[in-house]
Design a protein around this ligand. Structure first.
Ligand code: SF4
Length: 485
């Protein structure tokens, strides 16, 4: 609890120090949110799809052991080998064993948040295996030795000139200034990596229990190249990626791309039912704290997440603080729920990085009650922690508890609330700059407090009603319409 304020807010300040970048980041993500809205409006059945998706996921998470067994058995029928890993370390050991037992030293990997979560790249590199991320955004952040800052748009925090500088510094690219030339350069660089790769690692968007097949969605076709050329395909997935039937897939595919990027569908939706002839397919299913989440009735709905990123694109805090400020593999609202639950005692500041505006819950295609869960996590932290004499604004501090009690005492009685309002208005009118001092100074540092009115809303409303009642009596009708003060 002690370092709560020292985590996310401190890193957000670093991001905000580059005002131009922060503005660009905010605008770029908001544009994607708008595209998502337009695409969602194209489908009259959008809300029905969200509701069905939520029900399918709730059903699947409730019967996860059965569906895992079914998936394993059906996948094996197609010739795939299914491995189960309790945690990140076991996942990494399994992947390393698969590679090193075959003498493999060069791997291409398409985007997989699970391998980020498990820290697979540094682990393999420490054991002498070269891993090349083949998604363009992932490649850029890999070259910069940075984690992705978004689960769908890993390099959204970077501008064209940042990418050009990265390619020149790390790959010796000539000075390039436009996105098309940079993409062409990356494509040529990657083509050689694809041809030399001895194995391809991918994530999994959906695993179908009924068929034993897996589905991988990309926009660049990089997963397909990475699994078509080498003889070994390793697919890594969290156990929540299961869906029961092939018929359910259409529901999620229609929601995923629209929510993620505002596309009707991802450019490549590839189905793998066992390995291709002469090759091997290994599927590694990872728990890594997901069972802990499943065991929590209030939070198990978070396992419905299909990693579309829409909650990040809409979140005012994420857009203005950047993905790296969350310091976790999945940032934004859903990451602020998953990470503290998967690693109890860690990432404790994240549930507090939320304005509770509810925008994330409103856009989530699988109906996760994100802001409610964030509020619940905060309450738990505060209830479970002893009062401390640390900074007054720190959650769980004695100062914040007293402030909370004072606010509850005031708001629970309309008269008290009215008197407090009158006091604040009285002070505000005599001393307009009062909010720049004391506990509210941080709040107004980036906002203008509007001039305080002479009378409360209740008083203005009562006066307006009185005038309207009088106006209905002909003898009292004013010559002109009444105005609010
Ligand atoms: S929580 Fe919902 S909106 Fe956020 S990434 Fe997951 S599915 Fe998308």
């Amino acid at each position: 609890m002690k370092a709560l304020l020292g985590q996310h807010p401190a890193r957000a300040r670093v991001f905000l120090a580059d005002a131009e970048r922060a503005r660009f980041h905010d605008g770029a993500l908001w544009e994607i949110r708008r595209r998502r809205d337009r695409r969602a409006r194209d489908l009259p059945e959008w809300e029905a799809l969200r509701s069905v998706a939520a029900q399918i996921k709730a059903h699947t998470v409730g019967r996860l052991p059965e569906y895992l067994e079914q998936f394993e058995e059906r996948a094996a029928r197609h010739g795939a080998v299914v491995h189960f890993a309790r945690d990140a370390a076991e996942h990494n050991r399994i992947v390393l064993e698969l590679l090193s037992s075959r003498g493999i030293s060069r791997v291409v990997k398409s985007k997989s948040m699970l391998t980020e979560e498990c820290g697979l790249n540094p682990w393999l590199e420490r054991h002498g295996i070269e891993v090349t991320d083949t998604d363009l955004g992932e490649l850029i952040v890999q070259l910069r030795r940075e984690p992705p800052s978004h689960i769908v748009l890993p390099a959204i925090h970077l501008r064209t000139q940042d990418v050009a500088e990265t390619f020149t510094r790390t790959l010796g690219a000539p000075p390039l200034t436009d996105a098309i030339s940079l993409t062409r350069f990356a494509r040529e660089h990657l083509r050689a990596k694809f041809l030399a790769a001895q194995a391809g690692i991918t994530g999994v968007n959906f695993a179908i229990a009924e068929t034993g097949g897996i589905v991988v969605c990309t926009n660049e076709g990089n997963a397909d190249l990475g699994t078509s050329l080498p003889g070994l395909h390793i697919a890594c997935m969290g156990l929540e990626k299961l869906i029961p039937r092939a018929a359910d897939l259409g529901v999620f595919l229609r929601l995923l791309a629209r929510s993620a990027t505002g596309q009707a569908i991802t450019a490549y939706t590839s189905h793998h039912h066992g390995p291709r002839p002469g090759a091997e397919l290994h599927i590694v299913i990872v728990d890594n704290g997901r069972s802990l989440i499943r065991a929590e009735p209030e939070h198990r709905r978070a396992l419905a997440c299909i990693r579309c990123g829409a909650c990040m694109n809409t979140c005012p805090v994420y857009r203005r603080s950047g993905g790296h400020s969350y310091a976790t593999h999945v940032p934004g609202p859903i990451g602020s729920i998953l990470s503290p639950l998967q690693q109890p005692g860690e990432h404790t500041s994240l549930p507090h990085a939320c304005t509770l505006c509810g925008s994330c819950s409103a856009v989530c295609p699988v109906g996760i009650d994100l802001h409610e869960q964030l509020l619940l996590l905060r309450r738990r932290q505060v209830d479970g922690a002893p009062a401390t004499a640390s900074r007054a604004a720190e959650p769980g501090s004695r100062g914040k508890r007293w402030l909370g009690a004072l606010v509850a005492w005031t708001l629970s009685n309309p008269r008290r609330f009215a008197r407090l309002g009158a006091c604040v208005r009285w002070v505000g009118r005599r001393w307009p700059g009062f909010s720049r001092f004391g506990p509210f100074s941080a709040w107004v540092a980036t906002r203008e407090l509007p001039p305080l009115p002479a009378r409360s809303f209740q008083e203005q409303y009562a006066e307006r009603r009185r005038q309207l009642v009088l106006a209905q009596k002909p003898e009292h009708a004013p010559s002109s319409p009444p105005r609010l003060p």
